[in-house]
Design a protein around this ligand. Structure first.
Ligand code: ADP
Ligand code: MG
Length: 340
C-alpha cells in the first residue's frame, strides 16, 4: 500500500510539473503486474495501442522471469537445479547475465542465486517468518553466483546443485522499464513516464522542454511523501529500501534485502538508497547492490560508474550523496540533512 502511494505520489509530482507547463492531458494506463502497480503515462504522442503493447510486454517478462510463479523460465531453471541446463529466452538470459555482473562487481553482496534464502523468509508474501538458524545454515551454501553456468550459444542457464534457486526480484523490474521505453520509442511516443511500483523512468523530452522532475521517496513516511526532487533529462530513478517490503515480529523489523553472508536482512543504519542512472536495469540492480554493500563501499562503487549517481538515507535522516548527485538532486523536506 505504501509503495503504491509513493508510486502515485511520484507520478502526481511529475505530472503536475508537466500540467503546469501546459501539456495536454496524458493518456494513462495502470495494471497490477510484476508484483506491483505499474502505470504508464504518455505525455506526447502514442495511443491506447501503444499502452497495451507495453502492458503485454510487462506481462510477458513476468511470465518468463518470476521466481514466485509456476511455469516461468526461472521456475524451470530452478526446478532443473543439479540436473540439467535449461534453455531460456534471450530476455531471461540477458537479465541473468546482468545480475551475475552485479554479483561480480559487488563481490557477491548482490547475488541472484539468493533464492533459497528468499524462500525461507518469504518476506512480503504468504508464509513470511523468521527461519530457524539451522535452516539458514543449510541454505547459505546454495547461494553461490560463481557456480551458475551460462551458455551463450545455447542460451541455457544451469544451476549445478540441487536446491539452488535464482531470484531476479532485484533487477527484473528495471529490465521491464527499459523494455517499456523501447516499445514507446517504436511506437513514436515522444514523452512518457513509466512507473513500475515507484521505479520511475522518464522517457523522451517534456513537451515544454523543461527538465523532468522526479520525486524521491521519503522512507519514513507512511503517506508516500517525497524528501526531494531529481531534475533530469531522460533516465531513471530507482529506490531500494527497508520500508518497501517487511514484517515485524517481537518488535523487530525484518526487511527484504538480504545479506548473502548471514542469510538475514542486511543489518545497517541505511533505510534507503536511490539510484539515478540512464538505464533502469542498471538502476534497479544497483539500488539493491548499493543497499547490500553499505554506504562506504557503495559510494566507492558508484564513483567508478559513469552517469550513475546515488543518494543514501540513514536512520537519522541524514543524506549521503555521490559526488555528481548534488547537481540534480534538490532536498525539499527540511527534516532531512546532508551529512558533512
Ligand atoms: P523492490 O523489488 O521491492 O523494488 P529491490 O529491487 O531492492 O526492491 O529488490 C529486492 C528483492 O531482491 C528481494 O525481494 C529479493 O527477491 C531480492 N534480493 C534480496 N536480497 C538480495 C541480494 N542480496 N542480492 C540479490 N537479490 C536480492
Ligand atoms: Mg533493485
Amino acid at each position: 500500500m505504501r509503495r503504491t502511494l509513493s508510486a502515485l505520489l511520484c507520478l502526481c509530482l511529475t505530472l503536475s510539473a508537466c500540467a503546469r507547463t501546459g501539456g495536454r492531458e496524458p493518456l494513462r494506463g495502470s495494471e497490477y503486474v510484476l508484483g506491483t502497480i505499474c502505470t504508464i503515462s504518455l505525455l506526447d504522442g502514442g495511443s491506447e495501442a501503444a499502452l497495451q503493447a507495453v502492458f503485454t510486454r510487462l506481462r510477458e517478462i513476468e511470465a518468463r522471469m518470476s521466481a514466485n510463479r509456476d511455469g516461468t523460465e526461472i521456475a524451470a531453471v530452478n526446478g532443473a537445479a543439479g540436473r540439467s541446463p535449461v534453455r531460456v529466452s534471450p530476455d531471461t538470459f540477458f537479465v541473468v547475465k546482468k545480475a551475475l555482473e552485479y554479483a561480480r562487481i559487488s563481490n557477491g553482496a548482490f547475488d541472484p542465486s539468493i533464492g533459497p534464502i528468499v524462500k525461507l523468509w518469504n518476506i512480503g508474501l504468504e508464509g513470511q517468518r523468521v527461519p530457524e538458524d539451522r535452516e539458514i545454515r543449510d541454505a547459505l551454501p546454495l547461494v553461490d553466483w560463481k557456480s551458475v553456468v551460462l551458455d551463450e550459444r545455447a542460451s541455457t542457464v544451469f544451476l549445478p546443485r540441487t536446491g539452488m534457486r535464482l531470484d531476479l526480484g532485484a533487477i527484473a523490474k528495471g529490465y521491464a522499464a527499459d523494455e517499456a521505453a523501447r516499445i514507446l520509442g517504436e511506437r513514436r511516443v515522444k514523452a512518457a513516464i513509466v512507473d513500475l511500483g515507484g521505479n520511475i523512468l522518464v522517457y523522451g523530452k517534456k513537451p515544454d522542454g523543461s527538465p523532468w522532475r522526479v520525486g524521491v521517496q521519503n522512507p519514513f513516511d507512511d503517506r508516500g511523501t517525497y524528501l526531494g526532487i531529481v531534475s533530469m533529462g531522460a533516465g531513471t530513478v530507482v529506490t531500494s529500501g527497508i520500508y518497501e517490503r517487511f514484517f515485524e515480529q517481537d518488535g523487530k523489523r525484518y526487511h527484504h534485502i538480504l545479506d548473502t553472508r548471514t542469510g538475514r536482512p542486511v543489518d545497517s543504519d541505511i533505510v534507503s538508497v536511490t539510484v539515478i542512472a540512464p538505464s533502469s536495469i542498471d538502476a534497479d540492480g544497483l539500488s539493491t547492490t548499493l543497499f547490500a554493500l553499505g554506504r562506504e563501499r557503495g559510494l566507492d562503487l558508484v564513483r567508478t560508474l559513469p552517469g550513475v549517481e546515488a543518494v543514501y538515507v540513514d536512520a537519522r535522516k541524514r543524506l549521503y550523496l555521490s559526488p555528481g548527485a548534488s547537481k540534480s538532486f534538490n532536498l525539499t523536506d527540511k527534516a532531512f540533512t546532508f551529512a558533512e
